[in-house]
Write a new protein. Structure first.
Length: 70
């Protein structure tokens, strides 16, 4: 649904541009689909969680490569 909303808004921006030359072009409602982008609140890692993540990363294979260090 959010993708359709983004596409419709792109078309609406184009139509607004074209209407300058020809007012006969109809402009659809920009909120037709009613989709809104919503974000989840960010997760703040505790010091203990960060330690666990680093320990898990150091166990990644191959041990002699860059992957465990990055």
């Amino acid at each position: 649904m959010a993708q359709r909303d983004a596409r419709l808004k792109a078309v609406c921006r184009f139509v607004r541009h074209v209407r300058v030359d020809d007012a006969r072009h109809e402009l659809a409602a920009g909120n037709h689909f009613g989709a809104r982008k919503t974000r989840r609140p960010p997760h703040i890692y505790s010091a203990q969680e960060i330690d666990h993540l680093i320990e898990a990363a150091l166990r990644l294979r191959p041990k002699d490569g860059l992957r465990p260090l990055t």
